[in-house]
Ligand binder design. Structure first.
Ligand code: 7PM
Length: 317
């Protein structure tokens, strides 16, 4: 709420203790701006956790499978409707993906991924005022998506493919670097870590230096521990508990926990029964410092986080 960090402006009649005395040179402006992310002409305020809605253009996703297809064809009208609903429900970012990273999913060709993602990006960019993120590891798609109006890149391989770092650097867009152990096809077979929080943190720290060396400024980077990407239930819970240690890297954290199989394993819930647990996880991640929450259920997640933010602001008054 506005004015939550009130400053004492009037000259006090008695001297205040030194620690509460406003500095003589206090500039005439509201509380200092918090962290922001510049996304191709739109600025995201990261002071409060934001919702990123998932727009999945694959025919076979496990949790929202093929829902944008009509007569086995991707329908951009349907995609635009979904996008519109998500923006109305409070999404500040839409994450458009065309590669299924489901364990065991067939790999997709770069051309096929482009054919799925680009028409949807173009359509949303033409019609909605929202930051479009593109979930891809493909350098060609990164370049084309930036030209089509994307405002952010999201790579589950943290720009690890040949040419991806250079393409992302040239795009000028912010990039989310995600940790994954192994590759989607086999990553859940036998995930193994001595200390998952330390290893994920060290991996992300190294990728940040490599990105900086390759021409991507720190201000353009976001980090994601990659829940469910080569992690057991215990690993996922350790990472959630240790999110604060990842936040110490000093970059904004993005997390995706929505409908993930750790919920199925812990509670025995099918994909479509995972909303209550997903909301609890979203709030717990926000509590531990996550700035962007990637979700399939935008309205519910937005409302849960808005309640968390309202209490935060009350606590900071
Ligand atoms: C099958 C398995 C289908 C997993 C879809 C998924 C993340 C992401 C995804 C995440 C970032 C899903 C995932 N998850 N990008 N892309 N972080 N940055 O559940 O956690 O949507 S795909």
């Amino acid at each position: 709420m506005p004015g939550s960090r009130k400053r004492i402006r009037a000259t006090p009649s008695v001297a205040l203790p030194a620690s509460t005395e406003p500095p003589a040179s206090l500039p005439d402006m509201p509380s200092p701006p918090g962290p922001v992310l510049r996304c191709a002409g739109r600025t995201l305020d990261l002071a409060r956790p934001l919702v990123m809605g998932v727009i999945n253009t694959t025919p076979d996703s496990f949790s929202d499978g093929g829902s944008l297809y009509r007569d086995s064809k991707l329908d951009t009208d349907l995609a635009l409707c979904r996008a519109q609903d998500m923006v109305a429900a409070g999404a500040m970012i839409l994450d458009v993906g065309g590669e299924s990273t489901r364990p065991g999913a067939a790999p997709v060709s770069a051309a096929q991924e482009m054919d799925r993602v680009l028409p949807v990006v173009e359509r949303i960019a033409a019609e909605l005022d929202v930051v479009i993120s593109v979930d891809t590891s493909s350098p060609a798609l990164m370049t084309a998506a930036a030209a089509a109006g994307a405002g952010m890149l999201n790579d589950v391989r943290a720009l690890g493919r040949d040419g991806a770092l250079a393409a992302a650097a040239r795009s000028g867009l912010p990039v989310c670097l995600m940790h994954m152990q192994g590759e989607p096809g086999t990553m859940q077979a036998d995930p193994s870590y001595a200390d998952v929080v330390a290893e994920v943190r060290e991996y992300l720290r190294r990728r940040v230096s490599e990105c900086e060396a390759g021409g991507i400024a720190r201000e353009r980077l976001l980090l994601d521990p990659g829940f469910g990407f080569g992690k057991s239930v215990a690993h996922n819970m350790q990472l959630l508990g240790g999110l604060g240690q990842l936040a110490q890297l000093g970059l904004p954290l993005l997390v995706g926990l929505s409908r993930k199989s750790l919920i199925g394993r812990l509670l025995g819930r099918e994909v479509h029964e995972r909303l209550p647990a997903s909301l609890a996880l979203a709030v717990m991640a926000a509590e531990r410092g996550a700035r962007i929450i990637r979700t399939h259920d935008v309205r519910a997640t937005h409302d849960a986080l808005a309640m968390w933010s309202a209490l935060q602001e009350q606590d900071n008054t």
